[in-house]
Design a protein around this ligand. Structure first.
Ligand SMILES: *Cc1c(COP(=O)(O)O)cnc(C)c1O
Length: 228
């Protein structure tokens, strides 16, 4: 794996930061990235780290215990039988992709001191390779999601299908923002629609233009991952 040098990581982070509005949170996605590179990102000011898989995240969290002010974000698909573990190890779960998973998390969160922050993963375009609600499915499930009072349902997360052109990608991001606005116009107990988790290395400028509040950057900070 071609992991960038610590100085290069720091420089890239500073450069990208300068292009971002203050309202946008930069999350470093560190799947397959060694802890030394994560420390370089931390030294450059990053406090939000995203991981896709629980075992890898848990191992790194124990190696980085001295960095006590990290916010950990789960961004990969979560199986319901791992929900408790996810709540133990992450403050945000961006990849809540079904009503059943949300209800399971809600049930478990009731016994815990802090409300986990979650995003609802939505598929604006059909994509057989991704988890998440289609728009009509999500709209249908909202009343039951709103019953999940132990969750902080903070917004939407989306990943455009792979290989779209820039215009179509941009339109996916705009439609996601419009969906959040539409949902926000209704009255809810639990559902807030303040966050839009969208934008990765290839497309984050488009996502930021469309109103993203959290961008999830891996390769642009750390270099290419080995293809799985
Ligand atoms: C891997 C991953 C990212 C980061 O992708 P890059 O192309 O490396 O920036 C962002 N979001 C999710 C959900 C991911 O799985």
């Amino acid at each position: 794996m071609t992991i960038a040098a610590p100085e290069a990581i720091a420089q890239t982070i500073h450069q990208i930061r300068q292009t971002l509005p203050d309202s946008v949170l930069l999350m470093a996605v560190t799947k397959q990235v060694p802890v030394e590179a994560m420390r370089a990102a931390y030294a450059a000011g990053v406090r939000d780290f995203g991981e896709s898989r629980l075992p890898e995240a848990i191992a790194k969290q124990s190696e980085l215990q001295d960095l006590t002010d990290i916010t950990w974000h789960l961004i990969g698909h979560l199986q319901r039988n791992k929900a408790a573990k996810a709540l133990d190890h992450f403050q945000w779960i961006h990849s809540v992709d079904s009503l059943k998973l949300a209800q399971r998390l809600d049930q478990l969160a009731g016994d815990r001191p802090r409300r986990p922050r979650v995003c609802l993963q939505v598929k604006i375009l059909p994509d057989p390779n991704k988890f998440g609600w289609t728009v009509p499915e999500l709209l249908a499930d909202l009343p039951q999601l709103d019953e999940c009072r132990h969750l902080d349902i903070a917004g939407l997360m989306t990943i455009p299908p792979y290989g779209l052109d820039a215009d179509t990608t941009q339109s996916v991001f705009i439609q996601t923002r419009e969906l959040a606005e539409k949902i926000r116009q209704q009255t809810w107990q639990t559902i807030r629609m303040e966050h839009l988790s969208m934008g990765m290395s290839e497309d984050y400028p488009l996502a930021v233009q469309a109103g993203s509040t959290v961008i999830r950057l891996g390769r642009s900070l750390f270099g290419a991952r080995p293809t799985a």
